[in-house]
Write a protein that binds this ligand. Structure first.
Ligand code: HPA
Length: 281
């Protein structure tokens, strides 16, 4: 059941209480935080050593994850020798959350001292040279959400900060990811990711319009989290698994089943890329 209360914006005070509850569960602060989307997360999470699993549902005041199959856990521990926190389950705008709550996990990670963020997702390929199963290292993005998580994000002195977005995705991370993907035998591209609000997939006309705007892939996550992360000055890496070609490119309808099937097939490759990258960050 959807609880309407969870759609209201979580206040700064509530976030502080959430962070204190999390701190009481962990002994080591994470250095790297990771949002691992469809296909990227499940296997990788199982490799975290000295795991401390904190379900979102065990924390008073956390918004609720509404999407079936998105479990909602913080997984703290060591991966490739680094102290990490993997977040299983994120808060999508299409679930009805306040735009500021779609980035609550980034706010929590910042409060825990995280300076490096890895985001991965499943996306539809707009660039016609892409194929399902390819990896797109996110080089830049377009916010097509019609909303922005920094709106109303007032500083202590009452002002609004104008966040620089000239290097949303860290250039050194992009270069590292290129060689790591090549080593993993993955066909990879560096491209521009566009986030819609969802939850419907795009129309063929929207896909043509997004291509004209310069988008190479489309999805329903990531951009708002990156905006918040750059506000905090975090170093960001983004990866999309192209799970399907976007609407209108192939003569068939889009299905969530296709997205899940491609994500499942690619899991071993995605795991290798994440592990190598984290050890090189
Ligand atoms: N569009 C939007 N989101 C997606 C897609 C798509 O084609 N594939 C996976 N997530």
């Amino acid at each position: 059941m959807i609880n309407e209360k969870s759609f209201k914006k979580t206040s700064e005070k509530q976030i502080e209480k959430i962070v204190n509850q999390i701190k009481s569960n962990i002994t080591v602060a994470p250095e790297i935080a990771m949002f691992l989307g469809s296909g990227w997360g499940e296997v990788t999470a199982s490799l975290v050593e000295n795991q401390i699993v904190v379900p979102y549902s065990s924390i008073k005041g956390m918004p609720k994850c509404h999407v079936v199959g998105h479990s909602g856990n913080f997984i703290f521990g060591k991966l490739a020798g680094k102290n990490v926190c993997i977040m299983q389950g994120r808060f999508h705008y299409y679930e009805g959350h306040d735009i500021q709550d779609t980035v609550i996990l980034v706010k929590i990670m910042n409060a825990l001292g995280v300076k490096k963020l890895v985001l991965s997702n499943a996306a539809g390929g707009i660039n016609e040279s892409y194929k399902p199963g390819d990896i797109m290292i996110i080089g830049d993005h377009i916010n097509m959400l019609g909303a922005n998580p920094l709106i109303g994000n007032v500083e202590d002195d009452g002002t609004i900060k104008f966040t620089d977005m000239s290097e949303p995705y860290n250039k050194e991370y992009i270069a590292k990811l290129k060689s790591i993907c090549a080593k993993a035998g993955a066909k990879c591209h560096v491209g521009t990711y566009l986030q819609t609000s969802g939850p419907n997939y795009e129309t063929p006309a929207e896909v043509r319009a997004f291509r004209t705007l310069g988008a190479d892939a489309v999805g329903m996550s990531t951009v708002c989290e990156v905006i918040m992360a750059r506000y905090y000055g975090m170093e960001v890496a983004g990866l999309s698994l192209i799970t399907n070609m976007a609407a209108g490119i192939l003569p068939k309808p889009l299905s969530h089943a296709e997205v899940v099937a491609t994500a499942n097939e690619c899991k071993p490759k995605l795991k290798e890329i994440i592990l190598n990258f984290v050890s090189n960050m």
